[in-house]
Design a protein around this ligand. Structure first.
Ligand code: NAD
Ligand code: DAU
Length: 354
């Protein structure tokens, strides 16, 4: 297993959970993150003073910087989390999605390829470029359709998923054309600590804690497949250790829920875990709002391949994962307050009205 990993986007939600978990396994981490609105140094505060976590603020599209980090730290793997990740923002303004997710990934691939070619044979064989992607590249399922497999054709429907699909294609091409040992993972919806509260789970949770309306798009019956973030991080570790270059692995929770089920489950657990709240029963705050344009109806991930071939299995149940998530947000009010900058308030006002 890799001793030093160049992680990109390691100050965001999944990236920071991955960095913390890899540091607990003693892997050295070089963490390149642009610290956009979604990147938060507080996510990494437990690593303050840790000499084996090197944080560098910068862009994956900055070729000179990436080249320098690869030369200076000689990583055994690159794990690419860096991305613009929120579908609604991609509908509002797609450009940064194209820039980071496609162009940025291209620059990162080019530098990784040059570095990989310069490695001595033994190290070259072991090198991995792991690209963290999404199930959204496969498009939308009907109610009776089988879950996405690794062979499902790509059919992205939003600027976000189209930009992730573009990056996946480039990563695949760098394996086939240049032999760069790349692996792609396509994962379903994550939830857990440190998720920016523009996404469904933390948005609903924080609004409920504060007695604000809980916005549910359309009829609330869109389906997502939910996975606790620590299970995703564990899957990525297994893929780095045992995954085959040139391959794709789907990752999911085998946990399909409608959005309204998610919101109701969060409300019920919050009623129980915050009994002092003056807003209970929190479900009374649920408000149906205008639907997302082009809203994908259903995602479901068939992750039998990673289970069968690499021996990974999600550990957390939906309820145990949600409980841990709610506990974290209740206990980390300082983090929550730090998030509520002007930029966050502006986005919420723009998206949901004042
Ligand atoms: P996030 O938005 O929370 O974090 C993204 C991070 O990338 C931030 O720290 C941001 O500062 C950084 N970043 C953005 N542009 C950058 C650039 N040009 N250079 C360097 N850093 C940059 O996202 P997330 O939810 O943690 O998702 C991480 C990855 O996993 C993304 O690639 C996303 O597509 C994928 N993914 C997410 C989910 C999910 O449910 N959240 C599911 C499957 C796949
Ligand atoms: O499937 C993996 C993807 O999951 C990742 O690739 C994305 O980065 C991640 O953001 C997530 O995308 P979604 O669009 O599925 O997540 P989001 O939390 O934005 O929305 C989840 C569902 O909840 C979706 O059907 C839209 C709905 N929703 C969302 C928000 C923010 C609401 O009903 N109300 C809301 O306010």
């Amino acid at each position: 297993m890799s001793a030093t990993i160049l992680v990109t986007g390691g100050a965001g939600f999944i990236g920071s959970n991955f960095v913390l978990s890899e540091r607990s396994q003693k892997r050295c981490i070089v963490n390149l993150d642009l610290l956009t609105y979604a990147g938060n140094p507080l996510n990494l505060r437990e690593l303050n003073g840790d000499p084996d976590h090197i944080f560098v603020k910068g862009d994956i599209g900055d070729r000179r910087l990436v080249q320098k980090l690869l030369t200076d730290y000689q990583p055994d793997a690159v794990v690419n989390f860096a991305a613009e990740s929120h579908v609604d923002r991609s509908i509002d303004s797609p450009e940064s999605f194209i820039q980071t997710n496609i162009v940025g990934t291209y620059h990162l691939l080019e530098e990784a390829r040059a570095y990989w070619k310069s490695l001595p044979p033994g190290r070259r064989e072991g090198f991995r470029f792991l690209h963290v992607s999404t199930d959204e590249v496969y498009g939308s399922l009907g109610p009776a359709d089988p879950a996405f497999t690794e062979n499902t054709p790509y059919a992205p429907n939003s600027p976000y998923s189209a930009s992730k699909a573009g990056s996946d294609h480039l990563v695949r091409a760098y394996y086939h054309t240049f032999g760069l040992p790349t692996i792609i993972t396509n994962c379903s919806n994550n939830y857990g600590p440190r998720q920016f509260p523009e996404k469904l789970t933390p948005l609903i949770l924080l609004n409920a804690i504060e007695g604000k309306p809980l916005p549910v798009y359309g009829d609330g019956l869109n389906i997502r497949d939910w996975l606790y973030v620590a299970d995703h991080c564990e899957a990525l570790r297994v893929v780095l250790e045992k995954g085959k270059p040139g391959e794709t692995y789907n990752i999911g929770g085998s946990c399909e829920k409608t959005n309204i089920e998610i919101v109701e489950a969060l409300c019920a657990l919050l009623d129980e875990m915050a009994p002092e709240s003056r807003y209970a029963p929190h479900r009374s705050l649920i408000t149906f709002v205008k639907d997302r344009p082009g809203h994908d109806r259903r995602y479901a991930v068939d992750c039998s391949r990673i289970e069968r071939e690499l021996g990974w299995r999600a550990k957390e149940t939906f309820e145990s994962g949600l409980r841990k998530t709610i506990r974290w947000y209740l206990d980390n009010r300082e983090w929550v307050e730090s998030i509520k900058s002007g930029a966050y308030r502006d986005w919420i006002a723009k998206q949901y009205g004042r």
